[in-house]
Design a protein around this ligand. Sequence first.
Ligand code: NAD
Ligand code: DAU
Length: 351
Amino acid sequence: MDSTLIVTGGAGFIGSHVVRRLVCRYPEYRIVNVDKLTYAGNAENLADVEDCPNYVFEKTDITDAEGVRTIFDRYRPDGVIHLAAESHVDRSISHPDDFIMTNIVGTATLLNAALACWKDRFEGKRFYHVSTDEVYGSLGKEGSFTETTAYAPRSPYSASKAASDHLVRAYGHTFGLPVVLSNCSNNYGPCQFPEKLIPLAINNIKNNRPVPVYGKGENVRDWLYVLDHAQAIDLIYHRGGNGETYNIGGNNEWSNIEVIRLLCRIMDRKLQRAEGASEQLVAFVKDRAGHDLRYAIDSSKLQREMGWKPSLEFEEGLEKTVDWYLANEAWLQHVVSGEYQQYYKNQYENR
Ligand code: NAD
Ligand code: DAU
């Protein structure tokens, strides 16, 4: 193998698309997926590549310093793409400690292991930290986040991601660790856990259950198809400058109620329901605490420097996503059994 790459969080939503892309495009790389398999991690997401000769799975918690060191000693990686995180804002409101541990302590643990492993020679090495646009805070009606927008995180999730970004940059600045970062907007697509807006709505519409829309549904997100994010990560890992940050976004802003209405129209068509039937399920519920109003990403740096751009129109991407969820009933059934039922009850009952 020419190169060994550790991908953390590779059994999750975005991570599984990144792992599949790397395993298939770079047979000369050994891809080591380090994942704890929390409720959000799912080995089924990678069933199609698990037997590939250049793929290895290591079930490890990134906050376990000894476990992480053992993996670095065993594989002597050339690079790390770090995606493992607690990723759901609502869970960060009910259980902030998990976010502080995984997102902050876990990132520090990986940085320490990379530093120890690479200390004699940084050349040819790379620590890539995958982050979120939420670190920049909330926008009013105008403007978009650039790479130089000041950090202003407002939820335990975004604060923990901001802390991890700061640590990564500090290790780059202080110790010379070759780091690169990206901050991306909201992803959607196959294999997203149905706690997030789009897959939760697809699952509920399918089962004729109420679709919970927080507040008035006026909050705006910038949606990007997950495979476009995976492509951007591949480009940035290979071509990004040391110490640089790249914003990734869909240039695709929609209010939540607009997203849900579009999804309802697609679902009516796919499920051969009368026009307007799914929209009857929309239920406006109590708003998320501290709910950020609007995110929008300016990704012109990435577009200019690497020629990247989103490949799909939102309607096309949503339709592909709906098709995937309808065709993968078994996947959905597995992930909504067990823990999900209790989570759903706590999050939505009496809301
Ligand atoms: P996800 O919740 O679907 O997956 C997270 C993965 O990390 C899971 O496989 C889980 O098992 C693993 N994990 C969690 N804690 C761990 C630990 N302590 N040790 C090892 N593995 C652990 O998340 P996602 O939506 O795929 O997001 C991946 C990354 O991308 C995160 O860092 C997130 O902040 C960032 N991001 C997500 C989005 C989005 O819209 N989903 C947008 C921008 C950035
Ligand atoms: O912006 C990038 C971020 O996008 C990522 O860093 C996070 O990991 C990812 O979870 C996502 O965060 P959001 O909070 O924006 O995503 P979520 O799908 O939870 O919510 C999208 C919008 O929909 C948000 O305004 C809240 C609203 N919402 C969400 C749920 C789950 C509802 O109205 N009802 C719901 O039931």
